[in-house]
Design a binder for this molecule. Sequence first.
Ligand SMILES: [Zn+2]
Length: 412
Amino acid sequence: MSGKADPRAAGEGTTSRTRLDRGRAALGPALELVHTGRAPTRAVLTAELGVTRATAGAVAAELEALGLIRVDARPGAAAGSQGRPSHRLSVAEDGPVALATQIHTDGFRAALVGLGGRIVATAPGCEVVDADPAKVLGSVVEAGAELLRETGRRCVGAGLAVPSAVAEPEGLALNPLHLAWPAGAPVREIFARQVRAAGIDGPAFAANDVNLAALAEHRHGAGRGARDLLCVATGHRGVGGALVLDGRLHTGSSGLAMEVGHLAVNPEGRPCHCGSRGCLDVETDPLAFLTAAGREPGPEVSLLQQSYDLIREYYADPAVRTATETLIDRLGLGLAGLVNILNPDRIILGGLHRALLDADPERLRAVVAGRSLWGQSGGVPILPCGLDHNSLVGAAELAWQPVLDDPLGVPA
Ligand SMILES: [Zn+2]
């Protein structure tokens, strides 16, 4: 970033320019601190960056000039703080956005996501996902382009969440088991082409939906502050897992790590599309739940929504309660195995697994504790995911990353 001239810094005094040169390397880290809510005031920013107050002031002013954050002009005391008043920092309300998109088995969703993981606008779409990925990717990009037109926001780039492992570095959807797509479809390339064709600037990225959910939860939700964060979640169909280590997704040597959906938890269980039997994927997903509860899955709403409705409205029904307990026991068995292997300091659950945890947290925690080596000694916190649309927010994180790495590169 040192080679870049920044015309927007022109007009500043020489002194603040010198401070800014010193603080230039701190721009990215400073933006990330405000983005993740860890620097609510300039005093905290100063302490977190380990720079002088003057440098932190220049850095905050530069990020504000780039239209990325807002610095409260008048210092005010933070609620409950003992220190002296400091300028409050927040992400810019009207700043640029990332286009976030998600494909699931029942359709798609597009959203515009600002810094701080804030969803500015969203548009859901229902359609039968065609065997040709270009069709639904065209629909979701068009929905996103419409949101950008309506809001008139600057766009930093686009991210896509898919219910499949995404092989790196090519960006291939390797196992879209619940979609009709051919295995190995080059989704990132197709997505990037659609984004360019829609006249949207910036780079385009694609990744697995649960990986992205975990990333979003680590930065903005229930995973904040965890060092070894394990996330397990269902989508509309199937089960996925992700691990965030020291703030970075653990994706393995070619993007395919953490396929926890194919951990066997029931040797007598139903056959899985992976070739095995009794995997988490087919034993603890919404279809498995509806089947265990003796309910015929209807076509009106998604299987996930039908499962939520069943737990919320019919939990007194013995069949529903028994199905819930059966799935909790299977999920607990899978989590216990993962705890033994990964030794996480926090587990977060999403989709139907979150609803199972909410329905009977004690039972799930007891199964995990009883079946895991380390679970017995103190236990690993198991929490529900905290964000709405965390895969979308994570898809936006991909598009925001280049700006977080170099805020001076943000489109003017
Ligand atoms: Zn399997």
